[in-house]
Design a protein around this ligand. Structure first.
Ligand code: GAP
Length: 453
């Protein structure tokens, strides 16, 4: 087998469309810039990423609880959080091509007249001075469009957690250190988007706010750097494609005293996947000030009271999906035939097993259906009887299905099947009965990307 690591963003975009992972949104109306819809396999993959995050937060630990807060919150939330005043990017307009660019990212953008160059590089470029542009998405509540009804679509899920903090003290009787986790949509009126689902105006976040006694903040910051890096590695991301990068002082957000990004080596270079920030007591203090409510922890036995500090791992679901796809994408050649394969961790693969009768006669489809019914009780399975067996294998390879079960003539005699492995291409013969348990066992095993060697 000859393997070629040739992943590019264009190849991922094309595979995603061809195989029904992600489509450009509103395509029949000409599309809507930087907006995407997830198709069947995209939904399954995205759900698997989110499931693995919930699993790491809720099932593998007992100090974190879940939340699902509203997208539209009281507008005062965003004044208290600093987003109304400071959630801005510096923006320049080009008077010639009428496009807008982020002043701090001109080198990454394309000139509207000569897309081979950066804005400002050609004589025709006529850029305005930079001015701050607020990224909050404004909307109005109720039928009357006046100033009193202005609200915002949340730009991060984090603030919903701070607004609910005291419920968790009262009802869940939580004592720091403890965390509140949530996954949900966020919205930002980004100036420059592009690079597929890497930066969009509507996206999903997986955020957890970990509340700690102030003296323990540094210890927990380090803890969460290790935990989050480990999560990506456990799910198969290659070690040499992942790094932690601490922010310089000038780069820190208005709320943060220390931040490190988990970065992935995308086809477009090293880029942020997740930010891990020490937010101190900024948010609870601000919301206490703006709401007039006390947001602090009080130990009823000792009388000790303090405003907890917060460590926040904040990841983007769509960006994770893109990183897992980029890390998995490979083209290889088997006996002179090209194939594209997604070497996804089996836990992330949209479909775990495909059941394929070798031919569409002689009772094979019936037995294959029986095997399929058994398997789908255990894992996400797919039945496919159309076309040559080689073409059916290639299709499953392209969507990252780790195992294929083939029913052949021998299966009808002894109720055994072949189980084909996507990565090694090895086939083993196994009894039909107990196949579901066998795959469930294989799914629990540690996994390493074959691209790692
Ligand atoms: N609560 C902190 C916070 O929101 P952030 O670094 O702005 O921090 C966290 O966002 C993560 O959300 C990023 O690391 C990225 O993965 C994802 N993200 C942010 N903006 C995004 C966008 N416009 N499109 C897709 N994902 C985005």
């Amino acid at each position: 087998m000859r393997r070629v690591d040739v992943v590019t963003m264009d190849k991922i975009v094309s595979l995603c469309k061809r195989r029904g992972f992600v489509f450009p949104s509103s395509e029949i109306y000409g599309g809507l810039g930087s907006s995407y819809d997830y198709g069947h396999y995209g939904v399954l993959l995205k759900n698997n990423v989110k499931d693995q995050w919930w699993r790491a937060m809720l099932r593998e630990r007992d100090d974190i609880v879940a939340l699902d807060s509203a997208i539209i919150q009281h507008p005062e939330t965003w004044r208290a959080s600093g987003h109304v005043a400071s959630f801005t990017d510096p923006l320049v307009d080009c008077r010639t091509c009428k496009l807008r660019f982020r002043a701090d990212k001109l080198e990454d953008a394309q000139c509207g007249r000569k897309p081979s160059k950066h804005p400002g590089e050609t004589p025709e470029c006529d850029l305005t001075e930079a001015r701050d542009f607020n990224l909050l998405f404004e909307t109005t509540i109720g039928p009357v469009k006046d100033e009193g009804s202005v609200a915002f679509l949340r730009p991060e899920t984090a603030q919903g957690i701070f607004l609910n903090f005291r419920h968790y003290l009262q009802f869940a009787r939580k004592k720091p250190p403890f965390g509140i986790a949530q996954i949900g949509k966020s919205f930002r009126n980004e100036i420059t988007t592009g690079n597929f689902i890497f930066r969009t105006r509507e996206f999903e976040q997986m955020e957890m706010e970990y509340f700690v006694p102030p003296a323990e903040a540094e210890k927990w910051f380090t803890h969460w750097l290790d935990e989050r890096r480990g999560w990506y590695l456990k799910l198969g991301i290659r070690d040499d494609h992942l790094r932690l990068r601490p922010h310089d002082h000038e780069e820190l957000s208005h709320y943060s005293s220390a931040t490190s990004d988990v970065e992935y080596l995308f086809p477009i270079g090293w880029q942020e996947l997740e930010g891990i920030a020490n937010r101190g007591d900024f948010d609870l203090t601000q919301h206490a000030k703006h709401s007039g409510q006390k947001l602090e922890y009080v130990d009823t036995a000792s009388g000790e009271r303090y405003i907890p500090h917060v460590i926040e791992p904040a990841a983007g679901v769509d960006r994770c999906v893109l990183a897992f796809l980029a890390d998995a994408y490979e083209e290889d050649e088997i006996e002179g035939e090209q194939r594209t394969v997604l070497r996804l961790h089996p836990l992330l693969a949209p479909v775990k097993v495909a059941v394929l009768p070798l031919v569409r006669r002689d009772g094979q489809p019936e037995l294959a259906r029986e095997a399929y019914e058994q398997l789908r009780g255990h894992v996400q399975a797919e039945y496919d009887e159309g076309g040559a067996i080689g073409r059916r294998y290639r299709r499953q390879d392209e969507i990252g299905t780790p195992w294929a079960v083939t029913i052949d003539g021998q299966s009808l005699e002894d109720r055994t099947v072949t189980l084909r492995d996507r990565d090694s291409l090895k086939q083993v013969r196994l009894p039909i009965d107990g196949l579901g348990e066998e795959l469930a066992r294989r799914l629990r095993e540690p996994w390493q990307s074959p691209k790692q060697d």
